[in-house]
Each structure stands twice: as structure tokens, then as C-alpha cells.
Design a protein. Structure first.
Length: 105
């Protein structure tokens, strides 16, 4: 399942459990998280593909040129589609720090 499919399934389940006001908040949260995932997802995938053990980056250190280049290649290989459209949910937790520290600010 793609990330978008996982998000849709989650929202569908939440819709049956909460009131409309809270559901609107959940939708906003999921859409913001999806935007963040699309912004950083290809870089996270490129980091995971990198054979170097210390290739990971945080919001305090910019990704290396190689990772940025590989992220662009991955996006191009997927016809320029958003990360969440074509990727499974494996990288969703890895974007959490960027979401909390950069995207929401």
C-alpha cells in the first residue's frame, strides 16, 4: 500500500470513531504530515539506500550532495510523482523529527 492509501485508510477508520470537529483536526494533521513526507521522503529513501553507515542526517545537518542527487534521481525514476503516491509507509516514522521541528514551525 502507498502512503496515501495508508493515510486514507486511517482517516476512514478515524471518521467512524470521532466527532466532526475532532476529525477536521485529524485531517489537517494528516495533510500536513503528508506534505512533510513529500518534502523529505525522497531524501530519507536515498539515505536508506546509501551503503555508508553514518549517512543519516538530521534537521540540524543538511543532507550531503550525494543524497540530494540520489533523491532527485529517485523522484525522476518515479515520474516526478509525490513520494506518498508511490512509496509504502516505511519512511513515515523517519520524517517525524522534520515534521515537529521544521514543518510545523
Amino acid at each position: 500500500m502507498s502512503c496515501d492509501e495508508v493515510f486514507a485508510l486511517y482517516l476512514s477508520l478515524v471518521a467512524t470513531k470521532v466527532n466532526e470537529t475532532y476529525y477536521r483536526s485529524v485531517i489537517r494533521f494528516v495533510l500536513h504530515y503528508r506534505d512533510c513526507l513529500n518534502q523529505y521522503g525522497w531524501e530519507k529513501r536515498a539515505e536508506n539506500d546509501d551503503p555508508q553507515p553514518d549517512a543519516g542526517t538530521s534537521v540540524l545537518q543538511a543532507p550531503t550532495n550525494e543524497i540530494v542527487k540520489r533523491a532527485e534521481e529517485l523522484k525522476t525514476e518515479n515520474d516526478g510523482l509525490d513520494f506518498s503516491e508511490v512509496s509504502n509507509a516505511e519512511q513515515i516514522p523517519e520524517v517525524c523529527n522534520e515534521f515537529v521541528t521544521v514543518h510545523i514551525s
